[in-house]
Design a protein around this ligand. Structure first.
Ligand code: 13P
Ligand code: SF4
Length: 306
């Protein structure tokens, strides 16, 4: 048996021993995706975290995702393979700046993207992910001043798609914001029949060429069901495993020869997952008042997503 398989078997043994469920985002390394009980986008993983009857959740994603699991299911032990896996986008806004920003508007209604700090969630009216953002924004009160944080590209795309005029915080993701229009043009010229499928965290100049804009799961479903046999993929390369597995006969292209990767998602390894399950650490912990305040807008999102 090869070393990878041995480690994966050890992870499964430890997960059984501790009655642990393994949740993984599409952007983590393939070898971690392979051992997950549930692999998905941020909304799906939050839903799984809320409904699991396991005693322990091993969350292989970035910290705001593991914190969301704890907020939704505080009785569970939530552990992560590497607790330095932060999100560049979530780090673009802290709660103090957010409070000051909110105070500048009359009757503000803050819609926060799930990629934000727990403290920002506590002062948000509702949370959204890229898969439910259209629905969440549409459900916002019509008489309020709508604020959207922290992703400027997703916010602009929502404003344009829905014809609304939300005030938007100027944050971005270091991965998606760095796709270059010139590279997309070159790729479209090389593969003129390929459809462009993009995550809404990409800049507007890129999104205008997309045949489909959606969450990681949305992108995966679109490519699987679509009749086209070639796609230019504008999201983190971790999704390529599922795209190719679902449709081995289709072609998937990235626009950069070395596409930007989410280095934080890639911090998790099989060795770190073994150690986390063995020692039940590092654990996600949080103050109960903060958790309760962050729970409210998250619960509202999950209710509106049904
Ligand atoms: P999804 O909601 O599509 O999983 O996106 C999360 C994310 O971090 C994208 O960069
Ligand atoms: Fe955050 Fe960007 Fe990584 Fe998504 S890809 S987790 S937004 S840094």
């Amino acid at each position: 048996m090869d070393a990878k398989k041995e480690k994966q078997n050890r992870i499964r043994e430890l997960a059984t021993k501790h009655n642990a469920v393994i949740l993984a985002h599409y952007y983590v390394a393939d070898e971690i995706q392979e051992v997950a009980d549930f692999l998905g986008d941020s909304l799906y993983l939050a839903q799984q975290a809320q409904s699991t009857d396991a005693d322990v959740i091993l969350f292989c994603g970035v910290n705001f995702m593991a914190e969301t699991a704890k907020i939704l299911n505080p009785q569970k032990i939530v552990i992560v393979p590497d607790n330095t896996a932060t999100c560049s986008l979530a780090e673009c806004l802290d709660a103090t700046d957010c409070i000051q920003w909110k105070q500048r508007f009359d009757n503000p209604y803050l819609i926060s993207y799930i990629n934000c700090a727990t403290e920002v969630k506590t002062i948000s009216d509702v949370i959204c992910t890229s898969s439910n953002a259209l629905k969440i924004v549409e459900s916002a009160p019509k008489d309020a001043t709508l604020l959207f944080a922290p992703d400027v590209n997703l916010g602009n795309w929502l404003n344009k798609t829905l014809g609304v005029n939300m005030q938007i915080w100027n944050g971005h993701c270091v991965v998606h914001h760095n796709y270059k229009l010139g590279k997309l043009m070159e790729c479209m010229t090389l593969h003129p029949r390929a459809e462009v499928i993009a995550h809404p965290e990409c800049p507007e100049e890129i999104l205008q060429y997309a045949d489909f804009v959606g969450s990681t799961t949305g992108i995966i479903n679109y490519a699987k069901k679509g009749s086209c046999d070639a796609f230019i993929v504008l999201t983190e390369v971790g999704v390529l495993r599922t795209l190719q597995m679902n449709s081995p006969e289709k072609h998937f292209y990235t626009i950069h020869s070395n596409p930007p990767i989410c280095v934080n998602m890639k911090r998790h390894s099989l060795d770190k997952a073994i150690l986390a399950l063995d020692t039940l650490s590092p654990q996600i912990t949080m103050n109960e008042d903060i958790r309760l305040a962050a729970y409210k807008p998250l619960a509202k999102m999950l209710e509106l997503s049904k």
